[in-house]
Design a protein around this ligand. Structure first.
Ligand code: BGC
Length: 720
């Protein structure tokens, strides 16, 4: 009785103190707004330079500082053009980009990244960090796949929640982007995307919804493209119905840079802040003098302007912009930050093939290694446009091998292929004619491979391909790398290929010819150390693919259906909900490597998989329990994935969908019991007939798996 009473008192105390603070914030916002002129208000609603908005000095409101980006704090740019200032105090920590974060399947690492980037953003006096970029990886060709996370909305949601919550503990606002359907760079400024409401709800929205509703993201960025006939930034359904009403979003809805096309329409659709417009005079921007005029002429009510100012002030207050004394000061380039970047790179690495335990290499017995490929010496942190980072340093693979093993063995380097591409902004033209094999470089590489104990080829892409502002032209390895790898593999039976890339590539021409294949991603500043430590066994590989790697582009859903990049600047997502593995599974197409796939140096045994009940009600939570044991001789980690599929749905549903996962670290011989939980409600599909989520009764299968293809256990349960 007493306990219950105490609980009630505590609960109501918490409630009232919570609403008190919220009320106090709202009161303060209204007081500030009352003291502002219309011009001052509007000054807060558009950029006064590339990355700032206007201050209101007499009210103690400073300029608001926004900065890219998703995997590091970008270097300082000139205020009025896109050139870097060239100052020397803006080097920062560079994490591996989004796809690599997703490949780690480690929520704790996403959290660490959030904290580090928050600390660095604060140190650099930034208020908003523009990221994470969470658009669905729909086509293997999208130039920004490397920045994004996955083809799966659940994996995206979980990682975003961890990252955003952590970032915002550092008094920095996240700005989740690009809302919505910016799934290709080709024609991104104009393409009109249409899709079914169901595809929107099941695939393209969940990441944004979780970011706002579950993580409390304080910022959302409206995408460049059109959605159902209207630019995202002036789309009432996106801005008002979904963001404000359904998600109850109280933060700032800002435009992507130069994504605004109107004053009234955008203002009414709920956009708060216009950024990046290319008109030279800032007063000419849509949310500048034209907005003042619209209010003066009665086309827009001043209350609409006040609402926008309130949204910005609310974020400022929550991140202590108006309270600089108590605000976190941050730190930069610390050893801890670099260690976090290193862990993030290590845990992203995916082992795709390891014939006869080629890996890990026994470095103490090797006398020589051939290190081959342009990517062995190329740095990547500074590429990709808005996500590029001026990293304090970036360790390349060759540098790492030389530093760590240069004294104990002969390192035979050969470039192998030449980077024949170049960047042409807004166009993939720089990728044309880049498929030539250079036989002089190949012969040199073969000679080095022949005289070495093992050959490691660092192959893949670079940011002439994986980049904002254009898509790739094809899914093949460029620069004649396939021929290079085939020749090296003929010369040395112990050939290992490490792919550096952020998007799927055709691997069929090399996979069967090499002894080991590793996906290393863009690894950030610690890339070289991470990959070399995994190859040597100092660290173990534990990443899993966050996207399917098709055998050919034509296997991939949007391409199989001719629904990329669209016609006449329109694209309809014909594959509907069957994105990524949902398509491959349901259509029974064998990919090169499935979603969720990745090997280990050790082996695991999963046993005693049970569900807590056989029959569940709609409000229940299902718990699947299993034992997992490390049955090998070295440390390792397995990412166990729980998928669910409905046996006889009334509408087409994917064969299975990811519903839970856990990354489990185990020493040799160690065993753990693990629970994975899924709410019955989360087994629902979006029913277009009733415009709501529907969980049908009947049989569902729960698949415990180590990839979308490798199902360890299937359990049937009934939903009533
Ligand atoms: C990108 C955004 C980025 C912005 C500011 C745009 O081109 O699409 O992701 O945050 O530029 O640099």
């Amino acid at each position: 009785m007493r306990l219950r009473f105490m609980a009630i008192v505590l609960f109501s105390a918490f409630q009232s103190s919570f609403s008190q603070t919220d009320n106090a914030v709202e009161k303060k916002i209204q007081q500030l707004i009352k003291k502002m002129t219309l011009k001052e208000k509007v000054g807060m609603l558009h950029g006064n330079s590339k990355f700032y908005t206007e201050q209101i000095k007499h009210l103690g409101i400073p300029e608001w500082a926004l900065s890219d980006g998703p995997h590091g704090v970008r270097a300082e740019m000139n205020r009025h053009n896109w050139k870097y200032t060239g100052q020397t105090d803006d080097f920062s920590t560079s994490f591996p980009p989004g796809t690599a974060m997703a490949a780690s399947w480690n929520l704790e690492l996403a959290k660490q990244r959030g904290i580090v980037l928050g600390e660095e953003a604060r140190f650099r006096k930034k208020d908003v960090l523009l990221g994470p970029g969470i658009n669905i990886i729909r086509s293997p060709l999208c130039g920004r796949n490397f920045e994004y996370l996955s083809e799966d909305p659940f994996l995206i949601s979980q990682l975003s929640i961890s990252y955003i919550k952590a970032l915002q503990t550092q008094d920095v606002a996240a700005c989740v982007k690009h809302f919505v359907a910016n799934n290709q760079e080709e024609n991104r400024f104009v393409v009109d995307v249409t899709m079914s409401e169901r595809a929107l709800r099941e695939i393209y929205l969940p990441g944004f919804k979780s970011s706002v509703v579950d993580a409390g993201a304080l910022g959302v960025m409206g995408a460049y493209n059109k959605f159902r006939g209207e630019y995202c930034t002036e789309n009432n359904y996106l801005g008002r119905t979904l963001l404000r009403k359904e998600f109850n979003f109280k933060g700032v809805y800002m435009s992507d840079w130069d994504a605004v096309h109107s004053t009234e329409k955008a203002a009414l659709a709920g956009l708060d802040l216009e950024m990046g417009t290319e008109k030279e005079n800032y007063n000419d921007w849509y949310f500048a003098d034209p907005l003042i005029k619209a209010v003066q002429e009665g086309r827009i009510k001043e209350s609409i302007v006040n609402e926008k100012v309130a949204n910005i002030l609310r974020v400022m207050i929550k991140t202590k912009v108006l309270d600089p004394q108590t605000r976190i000061k941050g730190s930069i380039n610390t050893k801890e930050h670099q260690q976090a970047a290193y862990r993030s790179a290590v845990e992203a690495i995916v082992l795709l093939k390891n014939e006869k335990q080629t890996l890990p290499l026994n470095m103490s017995t090797l006398k020589s290694i051939a290190v081959i490929g342009d990517n062995a010496t190329r740095t990547h942190c500074g590429g990709g446009f808005s996500s590029e980072i001026k990293a304090l340093y970036e360790v390349t693979p060759l540098q790492a091998i030389t530093d760590k093993y240069g004294k104990s063995m002969q390192i035979n380097f050969a470039q192998g292929y030449e980077k024949q591409s170049h960047v042409v902004e807004r166009s993939s033209a720089g990728q044309l004619n880049t498929d030539k094999a250079d036989w002089k470089l190949i012969d040199e590489a073969v000679a080095q491979a022949k005289k070495s104990d093992v050959a490691i080829v660092f192959a893949g892409l670079n940011h002439d391909f994986d980049s904002e502002s254009f898509d790739r032209l094809h899914m093949r390895l460029p620069y004649g790398q396939e021929t290079l790898i085939q020749e090296v593999a003929k010369a040395n039976p112990k050939t290992i290929v490490v792919i550096i890339a952020g998007s799927p590539l055709e691997l069929a021409g090399i996979e069967s010819r090499v002894s080991a294949l590793v996906w290393g991603w863009y690894g950030g500043m610690e890339a070289g150390n991470a990959i070399v430590d995994v190859l040597s066994g100092k660290e173990f590989p534990s990443g899993k693919l966050p996207f399917t790697i098709p055998v050919t582009l034509s296997q991939s859903p949007a391409h199989a259906l001719g629904a990329y990049p669209g016609h006449d600047l329109k694209v309809n997502y014909d594959e509907d909900i069957l994105v990524g593995y949902r398509w491959f599974d349901t259509k029974q197409i064998e990919p090169q490597y499935p979603f969720g796939y990745g090997l280990s140096y050790t082996s695991f045994e999963i046993s005693n998989v049970t569900a807590d009940k056989k029959v569940y009600g709609v409000d229940d939570e299902i718990t699947v329990k299993f034992n997992i044991k490390n049955t090998g001789k070295t440390n390792g980690a397995e990412v166990v994935q729980l998928y669910a599929g409905q046996t006889a749905p009334s509408v087409l549903r994917p064969k299975k969908e990811l519903k839970a996962f856990d990354k489990i670290f185990l020493a040799p011989g160690e065993q753990k019991t693990v629970d994975l939980k899924v709410k019955v409600k989360d087994l629902a599909f979006y029913d277009e007939k009733t415009s709501g989520w529907k969980t049908e009764s009947g049989e569902f299968m729960l698949y415990t798996a180590t990839s979308a293809k490798n199902i360890v256990n299937s359990l049937a349960v009934t939903i009533q």
